[in-house]
Design a protein around this ligand. Structure first.
Ligand SMILES: [Zn+2]
Length: 342
């Protein structure tokens, strides 16, 4: 009986061994089975080794230290900016009529004779997307001081507030920027088209305060008429009514020489409309060549030795001298007159 049970017990093992020997295993499968465990061990060893690489560890420490430092600086800047915004808001309450609402959205403070919800919506739907697109494309330094935007519901209120706040006569403008006060005053009844123009001035002041007037006005007026790119990240400038002035001046042989216009200190006054058309046109010309953001940053870097921007302009356009630059620009204006032939 005992012998029988031992025999019964051994039988299954023997048959399994026989089956194993009878199974045919491919060489590839055999290699995986044999070498797989060594591969896993080698990978684990490599990962452990890289963690102990002194160079990699030092770089990781540098990155962590830099990120911690950056976050700390950012936090201090944000706290100071918020304090400045609250202080400025309190000051504004004393300067504006009692029925005006004030909404703080650092670095912006929006105030006006409209409900607070409308000011918040103006920030959310216009000021913020425009600012983000401009920061993305051009400006590396964001404002450390509050930017005030006073929005007025009609012409009469706009004229009155501009006079009371800044002593300005604004009958000819839908909006303006007071650089010293970092304050935009805007007539909402004209829409928000001019907001981008004034915002450009306000944001330039923090990023490129030495920017000469011709480029400041060119860049600002370029952004009067734009559409957002399909992904909403960038502003794409469009030709507008100023383009017509430019083309008419070329056809009437009244287009000023580009270098003379850039060097002149008398941008305003006689011929102001044509001057604006020229500098907007020049910015549109650079944008269409894909050179505007390059020009902006190179000029900002080189402005101490090239205060007008002419040398940088010649370099980015690839013009040998001022006459060649002027010729290139005139050729572009001519193409604007007959876009089909360009
Ligand atoms: Zn302007």
């Amino acid at each position: 009986m005992l012998l029988k049970s031992i025999v019964d017990c051994r039988c299954p093992l023997e048959s399994a061994f026989r089956e194993f020997r009878s199974v045919s295993i491919s060489p590839a499968r055999l290699a995986v089975l044999a070498l797989g465990p060594f591969g896993i061990l080698a990978s684990t060893y490599a990962i452990c080794l890289s963690r102990h690489d002194p160079q990699a560890a030092a770089f990781a420490d540098q990155v962590t230290a830099a990120e911690t430092r950056g976050a700390k600086v950012q936090s201090v800047r944000q706290t100071l900016l918020l304090d400045a915004c609250h202080e400025r808001s309190r000051k504004l309450q004393g300067q504006l009529p009692a029925d005006f609402e004030i909404v703080c959205r650092a670095p912006f403070i929006l105030a006006g004779d409209v409900p607070a919800e409308r000011l918040a919506k103006l920030h959310e739907e216009a000021v913020l997307p425009l600012s983000r697109a401009l920061w993305r494309a051009f400006f590396d330094r964001k404002p450390d001081e509050p930017i005030v935007l006073v929005a007025l519901s009609d012409e009469a209120r706009y004229i009155q507030v501009a006079h009371d706040l800044d002593g300005y006569d604004v009958a000819a403008y839908a909006a303006y920027y007071n650089r010293k006060e970092r304050r935009i005053v805007l007539n909402l009844s004209h829409g928000t088209g001019t907001l981008a123009h004034e915002l450009s001035h306000a944001l330039v002041q923090s990023d490129f305060p030495e920017m000469p007037e011709w480029f400041d006005e060119g860049l600002a007026s370029l952004h009067e008429d734009t559409v957002y790119s399909a992904d909403g990240l960038l502003l794409i400038p469009q030709p507008n009514w100023r383009s017509r002035i430019l083309v008419d001046a070329l056809q009437a042989d009244e287009l000023p020489d580009l270098a003379t216009l850039i060097r002149t200190q008398s941008f305003r006054g006689e011929g102001e409309g044509l001057h604006y058309a020229c500098v907007r046109g020049l910015c549109l010309f650079l944008h269409q060549k894909g050179l505007l953001t390059h020009f902006y940053r190179k000029f900002r870097t080189e402005c101490a030795s090239d205060p007008t921007g002419l040398a940088t302009l010649r370099e980015v356009v690839g013009a040998t001298d001022d006459a060649a630059l002027d010729q290139e620009f005139r050729r572009w204006v001519f193409q604007q007159a007959s876009p089909a032939s360009s």
